[in-house]
Design a protein around this ligand. Structure first.
Ligand code: GAR
Length: 197
């Protein structure tokens, strides 16, 4: 019989507020387990959160990431149903995408294809949106393929902003969307049969 518990593995490089929000969302759900958080930054806020929340944490450096095989073995050992990038800033290697087809998702803090690609992450995105004078921004949840921010879109949500709005205020609005929709989408993907890429 297949394991009735769904395992999520998260990748994070930053403060980890999405990791904590996802962990909170599934805390009382005995069908979902946060099997681990993988982190590539020694001073990332997500590390303290994992200690506090008692989530298994695995840290690695650039060399381990390039070597690939060790991390892949670790990932396979965690038996993930879904790999969730939550503020993870390195490009996922093609081999990972091949090994976990239809199983890796990312959240981007803008309405892709706008403000995507290398160097476009976190505060840089909100700064660019503010400077462009946009009156709406949002989030994009998408499948991960071998190109930055180009996988098929699963869901987008919009929020209105003022032209030239302060990037920190934009960030706060976008974070609210992330906290509302990312866990919901994860739950939908874990419990729907027809995953589409
Ligand atoms: C989130 O806003 C996420 O969308 C963004 O990093 C932030 C991480 O915040 N991801 C990217 O920019 C990916 N290109 P958190 O560490 O507080 O969850």
């Amino acid at each position: 019989m297949s394991d009735p518990i769904k395992n999520i593995v998260l990748f994070a490089s930053g403060s980890g507020s999405n990791v904590e929000n996802i962990a909170d969302y599934f805390r009382d759900n005995n069908q979902v387990r946060i099997a681990g958080v993988l982190c590539n930054k020694t001073n990332a806020g997500v590390i303290e959160r994992c200690h506090r929340l008692k989530i298994p944490l695995y840290c690695f450096n650039r060399e381990a990431f390039k070597e690939e095989s060790g991390l892949l073995a670790l990932l396979k050992g965690l038996n993930p149903d879904l790999l969730v990038l939550a503020g993870f800033l390195w490009k996922i290697p093609e081999r990972f995408v091949r090994e976990f087809p239809n199983q890796i998702i990312n959240i981007h803090p803008a309405l892709l294809p706008k403000y995507g690609g290398k160097g476009m992450y976190g505060a840089h995105v909100h700064q660019a949106v503010s400077e462009a004078g946009d009156t709406a921004t949002g989030i994009t949840i998408h499948w991960v393929n071998a190109a930055y921010d180009e996988g098929n879109i699963i869901r987008q949500e919009h929020v209105n902003i003022k032209a030239g709005e302060d990037p920190d205020r934009i960030a706060a609005k976008v974070h609210e969307l992330e906290y509302t929709y990312y866990p919901q989408v994860i739950a939908e993907l874990l419990f729907s049969d027809g995953r589409q890429e």
